[in-house]
Design a protein around this ligand. Structure first.
Ligand code: SAM
Length: 330
């Protein structure tokens, strides 16, 4: 599927739930979010049908996300079924790793090899604070287990928040010294309900890179040009086993290489993380649409892809997306 700007759309991110076992401050309001009812969430069979059609149209990679995907019952069997789809080359997962220790082995058997883990602090108290109650120990055990089971790569995603965790940049970078982890620093986006609060907490990745460079020599990673690296600028500390990535949606926009479509847990196709103009596939599915009609909706979503997002750190450009990250899937 080629969009209006000559980008080959081959990657589908599927949010399987809007529920999460954490309440990260920049993602979810303290009082929580109103949840979509069970009947209005895509059933696994429905997701599988959408993916089968999408693969016929050129999708080759699927990432399972949420909310927190590991809280949805039956997720491992669902992934194992997804893995049977002919032509689907890659299934990956994004998780907060709270439940990873107990699930890692089964996920691997189901066919997942690549895993992204969100982790914003290595300090138990700060982790608890930013996630409103999360237990860092469980996450670290989950990462260790994923390493033992053989996931490769294991990417650790750190959303950088000025004044909160920017002082941990070196510590995060050092995780790559003797483990083959890819630690990726992601710029905080003024997005959704928490957008206002995010203003002023944005830290450009160039600043962070410079701080790490002052202590260690960062060299461009040999893996920097591989197809699976996505939007990260990849480096490694000289002599280190892993990589350090910088994902900079604000300071170095990467829209020109965007190859993604998103499917929300409530069955909406989304052409861009930051564009609320969604296409409903849940209703047509339940009204008995054909695969050809489904294909038409996927194609329509592709035509809606904007040339670039208009997110900016200035308040006047701040994005008040109607759909929250928990439903879209980050
Ligand atoms: N629960 C899973 C997890 O924790 O990875 C998957 C969903 S979570 C919404 C996906 C990612 O979105 C997380 O890495 C989170 O940090 C990121 N995210 C949420 N809000 C964000 C924001 N305003 N700016 C940047 N990243 C954000």
């Amino acid at each position: 599927m080629i969009d209006g700007y000559n980008r080959d759309i081959s990657y589908l991110r599927v949010s399987i739930t809007d529920r999460c076992n954490l309440r990260c401050q920049y993602c979810v309001p303290k009082e929580g979010l109103s949840r979509v009812g069970h009947d209005d969430i895509l059933r696994y069979e429905e997701i599988i049908r959408i993916v089968m059609v999408a693969v016929k149209m050129g999708i080759r990679k699927v990432r399972i996300t949420g909310g927190e995907p590991l809280v949805r019952r039956g997720v491992v069997d669902f992934i194992a079924t997804l893995n049977l789809i002919d032509g689907l080359e890659d299934i990956s997962l994004t998780t907060n790793a709270v439940l990873l220790e107990e699930t890692a082995e089964r996920l691997y058997q189901a066919g997942v090899r690549r895993i992204n883990i969100s982790l914003d602090s290595l300090d138990p108290g700060k982790y608890k604070e930013i996630t409103r109650g999360g237990n860092l120990e469980a996450v670290l055990r989950g990462i260790q287990k994923a390493h033992e089971v053989g996931f490769q790569p294991i990417k650790i995603n750190v959303v950088t928040i000025q004044g909160f965790n920017d002082d941990e940049a070196l510590q995060f970078a050092e995780l790559t010294m003797d483990r083959p982890y890819q630690v990726r620093f992601i710029e905080l986006m003024p997005f959704g309900f928490a957008g206002m609060e995010s203003l002023g907490k944005h830290l450009p990745n160039d600043d962070l890179k410079e701080r790490i460079n002052r202590r260690y020599t960062l060299e461009i990673s040999p893996k920097a040009r591989s197809q699976n690296d996505g939007p990260a600028d990849l480096y490694r500390i000289r002599g280190g086993q892993g990589e350090i990535g910088f994902i900079s949606p604000l300071s170095h926009q990467f829209c020109s290489t965007c190859n993604r479509l998103r499917l929300t847990s409530s069955g909406r196709l989304r052409a861009c993380l930051l564009l609320d103009d969604e296409i409903d596939v849940l209703s047509p599915l339940r009204e008995g649409c054909t695969n050809q009609e489904l294909a038409g909706l996927l194609q329509l979503a592709v035509t809606k892809k904007p040339v670039t997002h208009d997110l900016n750190i200035e308040e006047r450009h701040m994005k008040k997306c109607l759909t929250e990250m928990t439903s879209i899937g980050g």
